[in-house]
Design a binder for this molecule. Structure first.
Ligand SMILES: Nc1ncnc2c1ncn2[C@@H]1O[C@H](COP(=O)(O)OP(=O)(O)OP(=O)(O)O)[C@@H](O)[C@H]1O
Length: 244
């Protein structure tokens, strides 16, 4: 679906944000980038999205993949309705107004916000705003979601609920996802595979497969989940201490 081959990204003034990244996202997979602040997670996601270009190496994308990006902030337009916010990518794609309504209704239904189409962002909780942001990403019928710490600003319970909703969406629609977080519990719960990154320069120092077929409340309470979170915590600690 997506592949980074020997990718490096250097910025002005000699900042090496990423060095020799090799990473593949397979179709239908949730791949998480886990790492301490500044290790280059967002930089790598931007390269995957084509919002930026590598200094070395290459990014390969399945040409049939339809890509959507979800940012950490919901970044909604405050002056207009939820439905108009969700419709924005279609407006930018020049989809005629008469063809937009059904897609917007469908995207809002998928995130459980059908009743809020006419509401304004100020009337919504943080979790609802993020659902709108996800609906806006889904409205173009993507096959690939790139998500940059989308639930990082939410409280634990809301985050867990949105993690469950995301899993249901991904499984129902066969989406492929690259998900950025620095939360080991979220990474253990959501991911099929976790790429652990270390800073200065950003590299992938570990890849951990999460072999748990069912993700539900029982999984959250399980010894396996606890052990996985601990394993990721240790990998993150090692990565934070690693230097090139
Ligand atoms: N446009 C830019 N110009 C110069 N340096 C940059 C630029 N973008 C990122 N960097 C640097 O690249 C490094 C990686 O940044 P990046 O934002 O990708 O890390 P991150 O892991 O996503 O961090 P966080 O978890 O805090 O969001 C940092 O040292 C950052 O200062």
């Amino acid at each position: 679906m997506l592949q980074a081959r020997h990718v490096a990204r250097r910025f002005d003034r000699g900042v090496v944000a990423l060095s020799d990244i090799d990473l593949t996202l397979h179709a239908g997979e949730i791949l998480t980038l886990l790492g301490p602040s500044g290790c280059g997670k967002s930089s790598l996601l931007r390269l995957f999205a084509g919002l930026d270009a590598p200094s070395d190496g290459e990014i390969l994308r399945d040409p049939s993949a339809r890509l959507s990006f979800v940012f950490q902030e919901a970044t909604l337009m405050p002056w207009t309705t939820v439905a108009a916010n969700v419709a924005l990518p279609l407006v930018l794609d020049n989809v005629p107004a008469r063809d937009r309504a059904a897609s917007v209704d469908d995207a809002l239904a998928r995130v459980g916000l059908s009743d809020f189409a006419k509401a304004y962002p100020r009337e919504l909780s943080g979790g609802m705003k993020m659902r709108v942001s996800i609906a806006r990403a889904l409205v173009t019928q993507p096959s690939l979601l790139l998500m940059d710490e989308p639930f990082g600003a939410l409280d634990d319970i809301t985050r867990q609920r949105l993690d469950d909703e995301l899993l249901a969406l991904v499984r129902a629609q066969g989406l492929s996802v690259v998900f950025v977080t620095h939360n080991v519990f979220e990474a253990a719960y959501l991911s099929d595979r976790v790429a652990v990154m270390s800073p200065r320069p950003g590299r992938i120092v570990d890849e951990i497969r999460i072999d748990a077929p069912v993700r539900d409340a029982a999984f959250r309470q399980s010894a396996q989940y606890g052990a996985l979170a601990m394993q990721l915590h240790t990998a993150l600690l090692n990565a934070s201490e690693a230097t090139a």
